[in-house]
Design a protein around this ligand. Structure first.
Ligand SMILES: [Zn+2]
Length: 428
């Protein structure tokens, strides 16, 4: 797929919402040929150099490209395909569904996933998957983010084989990464990864300088497995001939056995670790995450869909934990709607619309560790911009209120590093 060239382009709209600074009425921004923002502010102060196309979006707000802090874009197209209510059976359903799909299918799903993200105003994703299809799709189509290569292996005897296969996949993918797309690793979850494999993967990530993402403290079933060595995941392991966790739990008798403590004991938690979900976590767990500098991808609607209960983002912020906002896969939530996630997170956080918009932009972008800046609209930052329609008749008020209240269909157009990557069909 060939992309139109990046910038230069000048965009103007009734509102500019830079996130890094207060909203500007009648704002504009100029994206240079290098794909980065060259000027940004009141329209009267942003030049239109000769030969540069100017786009006047009228009744719209220009906001930074949204950052989805947790996706599985390789599962695009599978919405509604696994309907099990019990979480351990749902996980097994997803695994069985994926086992029947080939590399070509995943490549198509990844590309469609990137298109769907652009249509939803998302230009950056922190994505986990094991097909290896998302990284090349994201690079080729002009998105940004981190692609965490998954590794599985609940049986300690398979640790060496799992690690060897992971290293080979990383060797291939490392050469495809770009200055906007970074490679990472993801030892999937405490119910799919053995203690030795956690140790080995964490060491590998440190050795290669790769960030790490883990599904952590998501379900009561996961807590039952780690804390008491029982429950549906323990039964599923027994059914597959996998030794019980008790056989390789080397923490002492007095050790805390929460999922967070379990990962901490295996050296997984650090400043470059993204912990996904974190519902089953008490204050001591949050203090551990804060002390390690680990970040959290908060996924309120996925947590609700699976009946995991609500995470405690307010307590996380109070503990000093960095947060991003994620959707999870379409198998969990049907569609990548960060506007709906912002509304759900706002209720849990008790925050303003501006604060929750910052979480879905600058907050997520800060977790990626990319060399170039994203998540705000200011000079020098990548030109990732979304035009969101404002309602025809609106009472005066902060534009962030209207943005957070928006339906997905309010996204009129999206640019990634100055490239137009989505335009709604009815938009001029
Ligand atoms: Zn997930």
């Amino acid at each position: 797929m060939t992309q139109p060239p990046a910038g230069p382009v000048r965009l103007r709209a009734e509102w500019l919402v830079p996130v890094a600074s207060p909203p500007v009425s009648d704002g504009a921004l100029l994206i240079g040929a290098d794909g980065r923002i060259a000027a940004c502010g009141p329209a009267s102060a942003v030049p239109l150099p000769p030969g540069v196309p100017g786009v006047d979006l009228g009744r719209a707000a220009l906001i930074p490209g949204l950052v989805n802090a947790h996706t599985h874009l390789e599962l695009t197209g599978l919405a509604g395909r696994v309907l099990e209510e019990d979480f351990s059976r749902w996980i097994r359903g997803v695994r069985e569904l994926k086992a029947g799909l080939g590399a070509e299918w995943f490549a198509g799903a990844a590309r469609q996933g990137v298109r769907d993200a652009f249509q939803a105003g998302i230009t950056m994703v922190l994505d986990t998957g094991d097909s290896g299809a998302v990284l090349p799709a994201l690079v080729e189509m002009g998105g940004a983010g981190v692609v965490f290569q998954e590794v599985f292996g609940p049986d300690p005897s398979s640790c060496h084989d799992s690690l060897t296969a992971l290293e080979a996949r990383l060797d291939t993918l490392a050469g495809l990464a770009s200055d906007r797309v970074r490679l990472g690793v993801s030892p999937h979850a405490p119910y799919t990864v053995s203690g030795p494999l956690y140790h080995a993967t964490a060491a590998l990530a440190r050795r290669r300088g790769l960030p790490c993402a883990v599904h952590l403290a998501e379900s009561a079933a996961e807590t039952a497995l780690v804390t008491r060595h029982e429950g549906p995941f323990a039964a599923a392991w027994a059914g597959r001939g996998i030794p019980p966790l008790a056989a390789h739990d080397d923490s002492g008798p007095e050790a805390r056995r929460s999922p967070v403590a379990w990962l901490d004991a295996h050296g997984v938690l650090g400043p470059d670790t993204l912990c996904i979900h974190v519902v089953q976590a008490d204050d001591e767990d949050l203090a551990t995450l804060a002390a390690r500098g680990a970040a959290v991808a908060h996924c309120p609607l996925s947590n609700r869909r699976h009946g995991h209960g609500a995470a405690r983002p307010k307590a996380m912020v109070a503990a000093g934990i960095r947060l991003g906002l994620g959707t999870d896969s379409v198998v969990s939530v049907d569609r990548l709607d960060l506007f709906a996630e912002m509304r759900a997170a706002r209720t849990l956080l008790g925050s303003t619309a501006a604060e929750v918009l910052a979480l879905a932009t600058r907050g997520g972008a800060a977790l990626a560790g990319l060399p170039g800046r994203l998540g705000t609209l200011e000079t020098g930052v990548w030109g990732d911009v979304v035009a969101v329609d404002l309602p025809e008749s609106s009472a005066p008020g902060a534009p962030e209120e209207w943005i957070v209240a928006s339906a997905l269909a309010a996204v009129r157009a999206t640019w990634a590093s100055g490239r137009p990557v989505y335009r709604r069909s009815d938009a001029a």
